[in-house]
Design a protein around this ligand. Structure first.
Ligand code: PMP
Ligand code: GLN
Length: 378
């Protein structure tokens, strides 16, 4: 068999989690909480499973869940959606990203991605497209919009943005979205906006969703994840919001990827959204406390850091500790010190000049304290 993805192996998330498990290391690599979701959410899902809601859901999602999502978007971003025509429930954000890329990209199309970037490229390659990698500009990992303008050509079809940003924790500003808007309007492009960390943003900043900009939204697929918001990454439920014309094309793909999403989970999530709309509003404080704890505990370590602005990841720079490249150092740290993290060079096409690892702080305070004690001894 000739591989369609010859340069792709198991993701770094699988590799590091497996290594962490083999060595009984504290796993701060793959991004997932080590605490559970609200008990009432589990109760609601249980209720619907026991009631017998265990058959196919409608292909685009349960109407009551689509409506709860539309109500939330109205509240938070002041955009009125047609829930039935603009909200599609997906198998995590991962499926939404994959389907959006298959919907838009044809053979030879170019997609602009910003490095270091999450794993969008395999889906682009499978669609016959080509990723054009533009580096984010250090030290704050901002987008060079002039470089974007220069990279756009007649083959460019899509720009993928991600804010709050995995792995750097950078966030886009209103000015960034204005620049994006001008470029996509002028060149007739689409946008895939990965906003899975919409509620995990710090220091009183407000998330700049593309949904806040009605003109820009007309060209967007916007992707979200219940896994991140309700601490249930293993449930695999997310959603894609897009204008009706884009959504109807998106659903042509979605219906043949997974068709629909687990029915009792959708009912339970809809109930929970309705009964506890404060839950996600508390997330910035909840995770900022964890970020601050982790950073404070590392103040006397040899790592250097700039506090993350969003997501539940913190980059640590380790050049005072090791000469190794980040992939090797991540392995050494797991095997010898018992702490697993993610090397960030794997998120970028160009070599990353400094030595960074990404640590997930979506962990109980006791886990963070234990991990920081080990890291401080290095
Ligand atoms: N996008 C980003 C930026 C992510 O960090 C993740 C998961 N860590 C995803 C998408 C995928 O989310 P899900 O687990 O809902 O598929
Ligand atoms: N998005 C998660 C992370 O960045 C991993 C998701 C996965 O393993 N598929 O850690």
């Amino acid at each position: 068999l000739k591989s369609k993805l010859p340069h792709v192996g198991p993701t770094i998330f699988s590799v590091m989690t497996q290594l962490a498990n083999e060595h009984n290391a504290i796993n701060l690599s793959q991004g997932f909480p080590d605490f559970t979701c609200p008990a009432s959410l589990i109760e609601r899902v249980n209720f619907y499973m026991k009631r017998g809601d265990n058959q196919y859901a409608p292909m685009a999602g349960l109407p009551i869940l689509q409506q709860q999502i539309a109500a939330k978007v109205d509240n938070l971003y002041h955009l009125t959606l047609n829930a039935a025509e603009e909200v599609t429930i997906t198998s995590g954000a991962t499926e939404a990203l994959f389907c959006a890329i298959q919907t838009v990209i044809k053979l030879g199309d170019e997609v602009i991605v910003f490095d270091p970037s999450y794993s969008y490229e395999p889906a682009i390659i499978l669609a016959g497209g080509k990723a054009v990698h533009l580096p984010l500009i250090t030290p704050d990992y901002h987008i060079d919009w002039e470089a974007v303008r220069q990279s756009v050509n007649s083959r460019t079809r899509l720009i993928i943005i991600n804010s709050p940003h995995n792995p750097t924790g950078a966030v886009l500003t209103a000015d960034d979205l204005q620049q994006l808007s001008q470029i996509v309007d002028k060149n007739d492009l689409f946008v895939l906006s990965d906003e899975v960390y919409e509620h995990i943003i710090f220091d009183q900043q407000s998330h700049q969703s593309v949904l806040r900009y009605p003109d820009l939204y007309q060209r967007c697929f916007v992707v979200f994840s219940f896994g991140k918001t309700y601490h249930v990454t293993g449930w695999r439920v997310g959603y894609c919001i897009a204008p009706p014309i884009l959504t109807s094309e998106f659903r042509k793909v979605h219906q043949f990827v997974t068709f629909d999403i687990t029915t009792p989970l959708q009912y339970g999530l809809a109930d929970f959204m309705k009964s506890d709309p404060q839950h996600y509003l508390n997330l910035p404080r909840f995770y900022q406390q964890k970020r601050d704890l982790f950073c404070r505990l590392l103040a006397n370590s040899k790592f250097t850091l700039v506090p993350s602005q969003g997501t539940y990841f913190q980059l640590l720079e380790y050049s005072n500790i090791s000469e190794q490249g980040d992939v090797d150092y991540a392995k050494t740290l797991t095997v010898e010190a018992g702490i697993a993290a993610i090397p960030i060079s794997v998120f970028a096409k160009q070599p990353i000049e400094k030595k960074y690892l990404r640590f997930c702080f979506a962990k109980d305070d006791t886990t963070l304290t234990k991990a920081a004690a080990i890291l401080t001894l290095l």
